[in-house]
Design a protein around this ligand. Structure first.
Ligand code: KIV
Ligand code: NA
Length: 264
C-alpha cells in the first residue's frame, strides 16, 4: 500500500473530500483502523487519560509518546502518522528539536503541538529542520489549568477573531495541518475557509476538512463525562470493524458530526 502523505490531504481539501482520522495507541487497533480505510492516525497525548488513567494529559512524557508511536507505526506502516509533543516538551528550541526528533525516529510523519501565534517561531524552526508540524487550537487540553476546565473556546467575537489570527500565523509559519477542538461551528467554518492547509475538527461541526475522534469515544469505552461531540459507532453494529467503516462513511457524507454533536 502506498503511504498517505500531506499532499493527499491537501488534494482532498481542494476537491472537498472529507476524511476521517482517529487516535491510536497500539499495534492491533492501528492495524484494524488502517485495514478499514483510515489513512490518518494520531498518537495523541490523550493516552494520558485513555490508556494511563490520569485526569489530564499533563503527566504524559515524550518517552510515553515514543513507545506508543513505535507500536502504532508497526500496525499502520502506510498511514500518515501524527504524534503529539506532550506538555512542556516544546518550551525551548533545543528541547523542541530533541523531542521532535525522538517522535520522528519512532515513526511519526508529523508532530502536533498546542497553541497559537506565540509558537510561530517554533513551527518555523521545526519546519526548516524537516519536521512537519500540525497546529492545535481551540480547546487545547494541555492548557486545562489555564482554562479552568474542558470548555468550548472561541465563543466571544474577540476570542474567535484571535483564534482565526492564530491559525493564520501558524500557517504562515509553515504548519501543514491544523486540529481545531471544541469551537462553535461558524468559527470552524471561517478558519477552514481562510486556511490553505487542511483543518481537522473535533467538536467543531461537519464544516472542517477532516474529523478526528479519540478512539475510546468512537466505541463508547469512555466512562464518566462523555463529550458532546462523541458518538458510539459500535452501538448499532456491535462490530468494531463495521463501526470504523460507519465512522468513515458518516464523515465522508458529512452526516457526522450532526448538529447534536456540535456547538452553535
Ligand atoms: O490527544 C489527542 O487525542 C488529541 C486529539 C483529540 C486531537 O490531541
Ligand atoms: Na493531544
Amino acid at each position: 500500500m502506498k503511504p498517505t502523505t500531506i499532499s493527499h490531504l491537501r488534494q482532498w481539501k481542494q476537491s472537498g473530500r472529507k476524511f476521517a482520522s482517529i487516535t491510536a495507541y497500539e499495534y492491533s487497533f492501528a492495524k484494524l483502523f488502517a485495514e478499514e480505510g483510515i489513512q490518518v492516525l494520531l498518537v495523541g497525548d490523550s493516552l494520558g487519560m485513555t490508556v494511563q488513567g490520569h485526569d489530564s494529559t499533563l503527566p504524559v512524557t515524550v518517552s510515553d509518546i515514543v513507545y506508543h508511536t513505535h507500536a502504532v507505526r508497526r500496525g499502520a506502516p502506510a498511514a500518515l502518522l501524527l504524534a503529539d509533543l506532550p506538555f512542556m516538551s516544546y518550551a525551548t528550541p533545543q528541547q523542541t528539536f530533541d523531542n521532535a526528533a525522538q517522535l520522528m525516529r519512532a515513526g511519526a510523519n508529523m508532530v502536533k503541538l498546542e497553541g497559537g501565534r506565540w509558537l510561530a517561531e517554533t513551527v518555523q524552526q521545526l519546519t526548516e529542520r524537516a519536521v512537519p508540524v500540525c497546529g492545535h487550537l481551540g480547546l487545547t487540553p494541555q492548557s486545562v489549568n489555564v482554562f479552568g476546565g474542558y470548555k468550548i473556546q472561541g465563543r466571544e467575537a474577540a476570542d474567535a477573531d484571535r483564534l482565526l489570527e492564530d491559525a493564520l500565523a501558524l500557517e504562515a509559519a509553515g504548519a501543514q495541518l491544523l486540529v481545531l477542538e471544541c469551537v462553535p461551528v461558524p468559527l470552524a467554518q471561517r478558519v477552514t475557509a481562510a486556511l490553505n492547509i487542511p483543518v481537522i475538527g473535533i467538536g467543531a461541526g461537519n464544516v472542517t476538512d477532516g474529523q478526528i475522534l479519540v478512539m475510546h469515544d468512537a466505541f463508547g469505552i469512555t466512562g464518566g463525562h462523555i463529550p458532546k461531540f462523541a458518538k458510539n459507532f459500535l452501538a448499532d453494529s456491535g462490530d468494531i470493524r463495521a463501526a470504523v467503516r460507519q465512522y468513515i462513511t458518516e464523515v465522508e457524507a458529512g452526516s457526522y458530526p450532526a448538529e447534536e454533536h456540535s456547538f452553535q
